[in-house]
Design a protein around this ligand. Structure first.
Ligand SMILES: Cc1ncc(COP(=O)(O)O)c(C=O)c1O
Length: 383
């Protein structure tokens, strides 16, 4: 019996502790984690610097309110805007960050229409869900927010949908829930140009792609984009709930006092953690992620891409989708990998998704990939 709503389909074990890239369940069984808690614990578990910063803040105060000044929020915001002319709003999750972005876009432009793309995922509150192209998770919750439209991702014909009557275009540079589809750089640049020409704000959702996952702090930096608004959450505080909406200074007037808010947004524990996360993720750290990702892709091509049941491997950096033949159900692969002591995720289609902590080593990457190979090969034998 459970006292919880059945909205999550849970595996029948519980993670009770973690260290580095290793998680331990209630029986003492250890797992190599290739999930980061769905792209959250990018610096792994029990990171000493993060833990110390959160513990120090815990001893001072763990909640005040946004009625008072916050030097911690200022510190994190300053690190996020990296010397650019931008402002930051803190909240508690990715969906809240997108909700703030959509509200800001409507208020700042005085327009209501939002363009999103097929297979997008932006969250589950009404605004974010309205920008999400997944009929299964929308079912039964209508009517959603009006004036949301969808166009085809990565398709130049979709540029025709970017017209002056739009408030904003919202997109992910790599669709995480949507099957690890990476956007084409030229298409992204063309979308940005069309937005600028038509007075349409470009919102980039970096909730899953951000915080070092692609070897850049934010994935839009891979393509030298200049979003008007960006949203973050997941990895920003390495597991302490947080979200952030970062927008150009010119939009600030639309978010004047009382226009938007959050009781918990910018919580001191989350900010103490985020400040350290951002300090750790310097250029050297990010270059190291790129090197590891290059090795990971090399090894994936060598060991996994050649397997008969693997249709394609997509994604970028340490955000990876292994697309499997429908005869090998990804749910079974995940279960077998759990038995073998490796945690993985799924994504749209029959896709095995890997989001390892960015602190994973080369030899841990090899261990994980070798296990995946072994499980996939065994499953073919069973078929
Ligand atoms: C791209 C993207 N946007 C938004 C969200 C929603 O974030 P949250 O679950 O923190 O509300 C997610 C979650 O997976 C995501 O991947």
């Amino acid at each position: 019996m459970t006292a919880l709503f059945p909205n999550y389909q849970r595996f029948n074990f519980e993670i009770i502790s973690g260290q580095g890239v290793t998680l331990t369940d209630e029986t003492g069984k250890k797992y190599l984690d290739l999930t980061s808690g769905i792209g959250v614990c990018n610096l792994g578990y029990n990171h000493p610097i993060i833990k110390q910063a959160v513990q120090k803040q815990l001893d001072l105060v763990w909640h005040t309110s946004n009625l008072y000044q916050s030097s911690l929020q200022e510190k994190v915001a300053t690190a996020l805007i990296q010397g650019t002319d931008k402002k930051v709003f803190f909240c508690n999750s990715g969906t809240e960050a997108n909700e703030a972005a959509l509200k800001l876009a409507r208020k700042a432009t005085g327009k209501t229409k939002i363009l999103a793309f097929d297979h997008s995922f932006h969250g589950r509150t009404y605004g974010a869900l309205s920008a999400t192209d997944n009929s299964a998770i929308k079912a039964g919750f209508g009517p959603l927010v009006p004036d949301f439209e969808f166009a085809k991702y990565n398709d130049f014909a979709s540029l025709n949908a970017i017209t002056t009557d739009l408030a904003a275009v919202i997109l992910e540079v790599i669709q995480g829930e949507g099957g690890l589809v990476a956007a084409d750089g030229k298409w992204l640049k063309a979308v940005e140009k069309k937005c600028h020409e038509n007075g349409v704000l470009l919102i980039i959702d970096e909730v899953q792609t951000g915080m070092g996952r692609t070897g850049k702090l934010f994935s839009y930096q891979l393509f030298d984009l200049d979003p008007d608004i960006m949203t973050l959450a997941k990895g920003l505080a390495n597991g302490i709930p947080v979200g952030a909406m970062i927008g150009k200074e010119k939009l600030a007037a639309a978010f004047g006092p009382g226009s938007h808010g959050s009781t918990f947004g910018g919580n001191p524990l989350a900010m103490a953690s985020a400040a350290e996360v951002l300090q750790i993720m310097d250029q050297k750290f990010l270059d190291n992620v790129t090197q590891k990702a290059d090795f990971c892709w090399y090894y994936l091509q060598k060991e996994i891409a050649v397997l008969p049941m693997v249709e394609a491997i997509t994604g970028h950096g340490l955000m990876i989708g292994i697309h499997l033949d429908p005869k090998i159900p990804v749910g079974q692969v995940i279960a077998q990998l759990q038995q073998a002591g490796v945690l993985t995720l799924s994504s749209r289609g029959n896709t095995l998704r890997l989001l390892p902590p960015l602190v994973i080593t080369g030899s841990e990457i090899m261990t994980g990939i070798n296990q995946i190979k072994q499980v996939l090969e065994q499953m073919t034998v069973l078929k």
